[in-house]
Design a protein around this ligand. Structure first.
Ligand code: SAM
Length: 292
């Protein structure tokens, strides 16, 4: 077996060989612990037939471990300086491909059609750049890609918000947006010491398993997300106050909002954080005719 990239000694040697300096603005915190990397890959439940998509391979620490346990890995990397390094470090793994692109601008669906034709199982596995964690996760989910799920490292605080249940302080529109598409669970808490450089925040690994159908059926997805965002605009306000102040012409439509709340069986004095996703679905469907 080839020597692991992710040992502190090998990582330092690779960085020195190429005179690489970290760019904080690109969220570059590389993993230097093979045990953690292996556990991340374990949570993805890959097989020899699986395809994997990685966001931000860095110097290839995670890419290597995924490559050993899947059929093919395609990774998006934004930083051109990493391309020659990856060509070197990943040379033993013919089943890896790097695409030089900002994943937020990439046509991921087209990439999947081109690179993973015939694959029955595709997972996203990544140690995400923390400055764009939420946009990346939401892009991958909103595009309804043919993936089984996402296993990724991110800020612990964001992981807690994503997996939060109603009635908790972390529960909000992000929890609802992600749990609409997936079953979300935090599977690991990760100390700062396994990264170079060490990030300022604690980290966690979450597993998002894409649901066959969204958690709730709604008449308009975009309006459902608009209602959930509006309901959490000011967390200490009641749902009635948030909806009247946030929805278009909400103040003028206060009576309609009150009757929709009644139709959905939601007391106007409740706060958004107490509503389940099912209640938000009923509420958004009841509000919709008044905002079309
Ligand atoms: N996978 C490596 C590891 O675990 O050691 C590196 C992870 S590092 C946290 C994040 C990586 O994402 C960096 O290599 C960074 O250059 C890259 N990156 C940052 N923004 C990106 C974007 N918008 N699209 C693709 N890659 C990005």
């Amino acid at each position: 077996m080839n020597k692991d990239i992710a040992t502190p000694v090998r990582t330092r040697a690779i960085l020195e060989k190429y005179g690489f300096s970290f760019k904080k603005s690109l969220g570059q915190n590389f993993l230097i612990d093979t045990n953690i990397l292996n556990r991340i890959v374990d949570h993805a439940n890959l097989t020899e037939e699986s395809g994997a998509i990685e966001v931000g391979p860095g110097i290839g620490a995670l890419t290597e471990q995924i490559a050993r346990r899947s059929k093919k890995v395609v990774a998006f990397e934004i930083d051109q300086r990493l391309l020659p390094i990856l060509e070197d470090t990943l040379s033993p793994y013919e089943n890896t491909k790097i695409i030089h692109s900002d994943v937020l601008k990439a046509d991921v669906a087209e990439m999947i059609a081109n690179e993973f034709a015939g694959f029955k199982d595709i997972m996203v596995v990544a140690n995400l750049p923390y400055y764009v964690t939420t946009p990346i996760i939401m892009k991958l989910l909103e595009e309804k890609l043919p993936i089984r799920g996402i296993v990724c490292m991110l800020q612990k605080e964001v992981a807690e918000r994503i997996a939060a249940k109603p009635g908790t302080k972390d529960y909000g529109s992000l929890s609802i947006a992600v749990q609409y598409y997936t079953d979300a669970e935090t599977v690991m808490i990760v100390p700062k010491t396994v990264f170079v450089p060490q990030p300022n925040v604690d980290s966690a690994v979450i597993r998002l398993t894409v649901r066959a159908t969204p958690k709730v059926a709604v008449k308009s997805e975009s309006f459902f997300f608009q209602v959930t965002k509006a309901s959490f605009a000011q967390r200490r306000k009641t749902i009635l106050n948030n909806l009247t102040s946030q929805l278009p012409e909400g103040k003028m439509k206060k009576d309609a909002i009150l009757s929709a709340l009644q139709e959905a069986n939601v007391e106007p004095t409740r706060r958004g954080e107490t509503l389940s996703i099912e209640e938000f679905a009923l509420l958004s469907d009841a509000l919709l005719p008044h905002f079309q």
